[in-house]
Design a protein around this ligand. Structure first.
Ligand code: ZN
Length: 278
């Protein structure tokens, strides 16, 4: 007898009972699932490929793998507690696709929320899913995390009609990143003492000049933004760090640094959501 390989025909333990009212489905990797016809009708618009005759004895071959189908059928059976967090992201991403393909409503709803919550961790796969099914709320959440990604990557993810809008959206972030670094630091207007009186910054060496930290910080922030492809704008605390603020020996200069960060945050917040570019 040959060893059991991954594609050896076998029956899923959870869905192993074949009766008059069940339909056998076979996964891409040859696992059979006996599923109650009535449950399928209730849970989904589960339409097997049209080439398939729904004779109860003839198995329906599907091109999804067994892990995906087992999860999907658990939704079809209205299992109350299905913990998707115990599965790997890629397994749930496959389930999300299968749920859409077979219109299993409960799985669609749960997967949609799950995918949205993975926007920051898995932006490219989530963006692809959201674009394919036109989930606008997810597109708006995930799109900023795709800023600065390579064009060939985006071409693989997005349908043709989304590419130009994405380029425009991306270039808005790149422009804000550029302005963040070239912006004039209004340090002069930040040097006030507790009584509200202006005082000259002790660090300024030339009249009307910037304190020496400004140029150094502009370089540091430009570098931090460029290594993140501009996505650093989404988490300014990691760009305008506590350490940088702490190193400034003058209260007025520290105030100028915070005003600088605030101005950048304001620019970022003014960028319209991705779907307004569509
Ligand atoms: Zn100062």
């Amino acid at each position: 007898m040959p060893p059991l390989g991954p594609d050896t025909p076998r029956v899923c333990e959870r869905f192993s009972t074949a009766t008059q009212s069940t339909i056998p489905f076979v996964s891409r990797d040859n696992m059979t699932f006996h599923i109650e016809r009535a449950k399928l009708e209730r849970a989904a618009e589960f339409a097997p490929p049209s080439s398939v005759h729904s004779s109860p004895t003839e198995p329906v071959r599907l091109d999804d793998d067994s892990v995906t189908l087992e999860l999907l059928f658990r939704f079809v059976y209205c299992e109350v507690y299905i913990n998707l967090d115990a599965e790997s992201f890629l397994v749930v991403a496959e389930l999300a696709e299968a749920a859409e393909k077979y219109m299993v409503y409960s799985a669609m709803t749960v997967c949609r929320l799950y995918m949205k919550n993975k926007s920051k961790e898995q932006p490219t796969i989530v963006m692809k899913y959201a674009a394919r099914y036109n989930y606008k709320d997810i597109l708006d959440v995930v799109a900023p995390y795709t800023v600065g990604r390579a064009v060939p990557v985006m071409k693989q993810i997005l349908p043709e009609s989304y590419l130009l809008p994405w380029f425009t959206f991306n270039s808005e972030y790149q422009e804000v990143a550029r302005l963040a670094v070239t912006r004039r630091i209004e340090q002069d207007s930040c040097h006030f003492d507790e009584a509200g009186d202006w005082y000259p910054c002790m660090q300024v060496e030339v009249e009307d000049g910037d304190p020496p930290w400004v140029l150094d910080y502009q370089r540091k922030i430009a570098l931090a933004l460029s290594v993140t492809g501009g996505r650093g704008l989404l988490d300014l605390d990691r760009i305008f760090t506590r350490e940088l603020a702490g190193d400034l020996k003058c209260g007025g200069c520290a105030g100028a640094f915070h005003a600088w960060k605030y101005a950048v945050a304001t620019d970022v917040s003014r960028i319209a959501p991705f779907t307004t570019f569509l």
